[in-house]
Design a binder for this molecule. Structure first.
Ligand SMILES: N[C@@H](CCC(=O)N[C@@H](CS)C(=O)NCC(=O)O)C(=O)O
Length: 214
């Protein structure tokens, strides 16, 4: 199995955490090491990550995670209870669709280069969408049916691996997280665990230095 990623790739970090939690060995392929045009032949969208399984490619982190969950069920990432399972999926969607997708580096760049927004307006945009998102995550955690150690269970799983890279991005982007106590406590608990620590940007072979949030 080959994971096409780069150190600073928070969607890829979700997959790295999942692979680590499930104990699956994989080859880390830093896209910067590929030749010109090589990655667009692997993933026409050119976004990261992509997972190659015996020559076939899966794109989009949620689809990759779903594949891992089905193909390697021994250490599940999703809760067994159908309602809690759906709540964990919903939590991940808030991060991927309503926080990350609106504030990712290519969106910030587009706001600057195509929409004429200066640094302050881009920061306003980011603070608005991430603030709403973190408030939503905190609300979802407060409404859980039990006060689990991690988002939706006493083992870290699907929701945690979406949340942790997004919390790191929020911190790098200067978002004040003091109001989101459950979010930060669980994220900090996760970051002390090896599967999360080993997935962080600075632990990757192509880490270039101070991360830019992606
Ligand atoms: N919805 C996609 C998002 C992928 C995405 O936006 N990836 C960013 C980095 S987190 C990317 O590839 N940016 C271009 C780059 O890093 O070259 C997923 O979940 O996989």
């Amino acid at each position: 199995m080959k994971l096409y990623t780069r150190a600073q790739n928070s969607a890829g970090e979700r997959v790295r955490i999942a692979l680590n939690l499930k104990g699956i060995a994989y080859e880390y392929v830093a896209v910067s090491m590929l030749g010109p045009g090589e990655y667009s032949r692997i993933n026409p969208q050119e976004l990261l990550p992509a997972l190659e399984v015996d020559g076939r490619v899966i794109t989009q982190s949620a689809a990759i995670l779903d594949y891992l969950e089905v193909a390697f069920p021994e250490r599940p990432l999703l809760p067994a209870d159908p309602v809690v399972r759906a709540q964990a999926l919903a939590f991940g969607s808030v991060v991927a669709a309503e926080m990350h997708a609106l504030t990712v580096q290519r969106v910030r760049r587009f706001l600057t280069s195509e929409m004429g927004a200066g640094e302050a307006r881009v920061q306003h945009w980011v603070a608005h969408w991430l603030g709403l998102g973190f408030a939503t995550l905190e609300g979802l955690l407060a409404a859980r049916s039990a006060d689990w150690q991690f988002c939706f269970g006493d083992e870290p799983g699907w929701a945690d691996l979406f949340m942790v890279p997004q919390v790191a991005n929020g911190r790098r982007l200067g978002i004040e997280l003091g109001d989101y106590r459950r979010v930060t406590e669980i994220a900090d608990r996760c970051r002390r665990l090896e599967p999360f620590r080993l997935a962080e940007p600075q632990m990757q072979p192509d880490y270039p230095g101070e991360p830019v949030p992606r």
